[in-house]
Design a protein around this ligand. Structure first.
Ligand code: HEM
Length: 404
């Protein structure tokens, strides 16, 4: 499916309207996001009953204020509407004290140092994916690299054997996939991590030196002041969280990198000539095409933005993909430019819940680009054959073939 591009006039014809499930907006939400910033910075969608904030500063105010904007009622629209509750340990959907306790525990194990030490393995996974394609005419950023490498990295971190990975991935994918234009049918299923149960049980019996074993052994003080280790259910939930949070998102980052550098061959050439530009290039890809378009919170009390009152208990979506292009923060926000002096995007969130895996995602993005460039110095994506994935929560490509 080719990406839909609208002229400003076409977008301006209707009163400003943003529906996260509308396939047209989904394929290119930026003209609508620009209008939201200009015409309706506190946008209320009556059909789905949510408020959307599109300015950078407003998103920062929400995400940095966990007293007034809580996570324990979910972060994804469907989940919030179903008023489902997440199992203990799914700390992306927890507030203090549980969030603080669970995040601190995982941070002790999931350190940037540990992530940085994975370079060699990440490079090997890239080589396994890319080497067989050298000498060919085509390669697919998603099919060959994006769906393979991040999954293997998490699998290795958690010690999930290769043969279990595909099944675990299938459960996560089934959980996220929607019919085009439709909300998720039953979000929340799959959060319990049952797909990994056999294997976690085996680790509980025979711990090794991997992250999962550290998680099993780690002692912490729980919300009742009791010092203990995690329950089996909590471990399964945290594994499900890591698998769910770190796979599809990083996969989409790899896809957007392929697409944007295909569309900007001058910037690709600059990177090839000076590979030290890669970390900046990845930051710019993250800013320009955030895999997650929004981050949801619930207002704990009535709040006010730009003179508009948002009632207590409202769903408030911070449109980080819009904030990342807010002209008040980024000069020429709609221009992809790896040479920007700073890229302080909100793609990994902001504040207390900011992405715990961001160091890992950045290493994976950097190494993926290095390894692609080493083998395929030039490429052109085939947009007529590319397909977007149909999830409203993580935006990106399902297939992205490139001529090499
Ligand atoms: C490009 C890739 C990634 C993107 C765009 C991304 C994005 C995000 C965002 C926006 C949040 C904040 C959610 C909120 O505020 O409610 C988050 C949280 C989180 N991410 Fe990532 N993520 C990525 C990769 C990863 C990876 C590789 C891992 C680990 C393997 C990971 C693990 C987590 C965890 C555990 C949280 C929960 C943090 C908390 O609630 O305190 N993420 N991520």
């Amino acid at each position: 499916m080719a990406e839909a591009i609208f002229t400003d006039d076409e977008v301006k014809q209707k009163p400003v309207h943003w529906d996260p499930y509308n396939v047209t907006y989904f394929s290119n939400p930026y003209p609508v996001f620009r209008r939201l910033r200009e015409e309706s910075p506190v946008y209320h969608n009556e059909e789905f009953d949510f408020y959307a904030l599109s300015h950078y500063d407003d998103c920062v105010s929400v995400l940095g204020n966990r007293d007034d904007f809580i996570s324990s009622k979910g972060g994804v629209l469907e989940f919030m509407k179903q008023q489902a509750s997440a199992p203990s340990g799914m700390f992306i959907y927890e507030d203090p004290p549980l969030h603080t306790i669970h995040r601190r525990l995982l941070s002790r194990i999931f350190t940037p140092k540990r992530m940085g030490a994975l370079e060699t393995e990440i490079r090997d996974f890239c080589a396994q994916a890319l080497d067989p394609l050298v000498g060919g005419k085509e390669f697919d950023f998603i099919v060959h690299l994006g769906t393979e490498m991040p999954m293997r990295v998490i699998g290795m971190l958690l010690g999930i054997p290769e043969e279990h990975l595909k099944e675990a991935q299938r459960v996560v994918d089934d959980n996220m996939r929607t019919e085009p234009g439709q909300p998720l049918a039953e979000s929340g299923k799959g959060m319990t991590g049952e797909a990994y149960a056999d294997f976690v049980d085996a680790r509980i019996k025979n711990p090794t030196d991997d992250l999962m074993s550290d998680l099993i052994r780690a002692e912490f003080e729980d919300a009742n002041g009791v010092t203990r280790t995690l329950t089996r259910a909590e471990i399964l939930t945290m594994v499900a969280l890591l698998f769910g949070a770190g796979n599809e998102t990083t996969n989409r980052l790899i896809g957007w990198t392929g697409k944007l550098l295909s569309e900007h061959p001058d910037q690709r050439r600059a990177i090839r000539e000076d590979m030290s530009l890669i970390p900046d290039a990845i930051e710019e890809v993250l800013r320009y095409e955030s895999p997650g378009p929004y981050i949801g919170r619930t207002a704990a009390r009535e709040v006010e933005f730009h003179g508009v009152k948002v009632p207590a208990n409202s769903i408030v979506l911070s449109l980080v993909a819009s904030a990342n292009r807010d002209e008040q923060k980024f000069v020429d926000g709609d221009t992809f430019n790896i040479h920007r002096a700073r890229h302080p995007h909100l793609t990994f969130g902001y504040g207390f819940h900011n992405c715990l895996g961001n160091a890992l995602a950045r290493v994976e993005g950097r190494i993926a680009l290095e390894e692609v460039l080493k083998r395929f110095p030039d490429w052109e994506v085939d947009m007529d054959r590319a397909e977007m994935s149909s999830t409203a929560t993580v935006r990106g490509w399902e297939t992205l073939p490139a001529h090499i």
